[in-house]
Design a protein. Structure first.
Length: 450
């Protein structure tokens, strides 16, 4: 693998790593920011919904206190109690029937949401009702057994005030879920301290306007009354939901798109458990009653033993970041490719001097010692090329000296060879003469001896 390829691969990988790390950081930060922002927003939404709920309860409380202060209702109730105490059953029954007729014909026609109006004595027994069949029913026993209303709070009240129950369903009273509101009846007389004199009787209204509660929480009620807007939350988030849960973990207001959820849908979620068990409000991400992960907040209505929940599916809140992630991914890939191309062309420029040195070294390896690497820069690579050329110059000079030395050695060898040849000839000549002299001496000796 060439240096150029290594260079491009290394820096391309580095570019993609940096871009990927940056994308991951931005994505994680944005995801966390959106969650925190949504959690804070839904805390505010839950608080506003809580205020809306109390506005609704104030509405039914006002109706109950208003009717309980009706002059005819107060005086007739007082007469019924007096007749009961004296044992005058005829007067008791006549006044009870008259009061029941009055409630049914003169009061309930002004508010169609009121389906039953009762008068209870100090023991919680119905002594007059818009529905005659209810006379004699022990509502105190129902309070103790079912918690259907707050009679005990009302009968001990020292001033005109109303108490709202949770949403209940009683098949013997109505086929619709109801809200029970009770208020103590006060006569026109005053106590010694100037406070209104209470009567041992409680006014009891049965409201069937649970649909109105759902409409108020969702914003539809406001728009029906002429407001230009009111459902901004539901329009922005298709999975947004605001609902109430009682202390039996049952939904008591309509769920979004499900009017039948009242007193049928069980809600065992973190916000409900925290409110009912720890009296703690939360704003966080959790799993809702449908098993979906949601972002939401709760409000604990401790007096009413209710939990108000406002939530939206996390996926819908965070779906905007999915588009951002895709855009960032495409941008990152494009940036990486552009970076790779830039590295390829930039690598040629950056590594050009090194490549020239490599080419020069390759020529030297082939035996071409006259080649030189061009010096185009004054940086480290330029210094390397200059040093490389100096090395080649040194090698060239050494080769020339070596060549000259070889030439001189060759010349000396030739001269030496000539001298050796001459000595050989001289040797042969001398040896030949010596041999001839020896031979002549032998012959002379032979001649003299003979």
């Amino acid at each position: 693998m060439t240096l150029r390829v290594k260079f491009v691969l290394f820096f391309t990988a580095l570019v993609f790593l940096l871009i990927g790390g940056l994308m991951y950081y931005i994505s994680s930060y944005t995801n966390s920011y959106l969650k925190r922002d949504a959690i804070n927003n839904f805390r505010v939404i839950a608080e506003l919904a809580e205020s809306t709920y109390f506005t609704f309860t104030d509405l039914v409380k006002t109706r109950t206190i208003d009717w309980s202060s009706d002059g005819y209702i107060r005086t007739t109730t007082e007469k019924i109690i007096a007749a009961g105490a004296s044992g005058n059953s005829e007067e008791y029954q006549a006044d009870a029937k008259a009061l029941g007729d009055y409630l049914r014909e003169e009061k309930m026609k002004y508010d169609p949401d009121v389906i039953i109006a009762d008068i209870l004595d100090g023991n919680g027994i119905v002594i007059a009702s818009s529905r005659d069949s209810r006379v004699g029913i022990d509502e105190k026993e129902e309070e103790e057994r079912l918690g259907a209303h707050r009679f005990s709070n009302a009968i001990s009240s020292k001033q005109p005030e109303a108490f709202v129950s949770q949403v209940v369903f009683e098949a013997d009273e109505s086929d619709k879920p109801m809200i029970h509101v009770v208020a103590r009846i006060f006569v026109s007389d005053k106590n010694a301290d100037g406070s209104p004199a209470p009567l041992d009787a409680v006014f009891f209204l049965h409201f069937s306007n649970t649909d109105m509660l759902g409409e108020i929480l969702s914003g539809r009620r406001q728009m029906a009354q002429g407001a230009l807007s009111g459902q901004a939350l539901y329009e922005r988030y298709k999975t947004a939901n605001i609902y109430l849960v009682n202390n039996q973990h049952l939904m008591i207001s309509p769920a979004r798109g499900d009017q039948s959820a009242i007193l049928r849908q069980r809600v065992d979620t973190a916000p409900v458990h925290n409110c009912l068990n720890n009296q703690k409000e939360i704003a966080d991400e959790y799993v809702n009653y449908n098993g979906r992960t949601v972002i939401g907040a709760s409000m604990c209505l401790t007096g009413e033993r209710l939990t108000l929940v406002a939530e939206v599916e996390s996926e819908e809140v965070l779906k905007s970041i999915s588009l951002v992630r895709r855009t960032m991914a495409l941008s990152g890939i494009a940036a990486g490719l552009i970076g790779a191309l830039a590295l390829i062309f930039g690598g040629n420029w950056f590594l050009g001097s090194l490549i020239n040195i490599t080419d020069a070294a390759r020529e030297v390896a082939r035996g071409n010692l006259g080649t030189r690497a061009p010096v185009k820069t004054k940086d480290e690579i330029g210094n390397l090329a200059k040093t490389f050329n100096q090395m080649l110059d040194g090698i060239h000079q050494s080769n020339e000296k070596l060549f000259e030395s070889n030439r001189k050695i060759s010349e000396s060898s030739r001269v030496l060879s000539d001298k050796v040849a001459e000595l050989e000839r001289f040797k042969k000549l001398t040896v030949g003469r010596e041999l001839k002299m020896v031979e002549m001496k032998k012959k002379i000796k032979e001649l003299g001896g003979g």
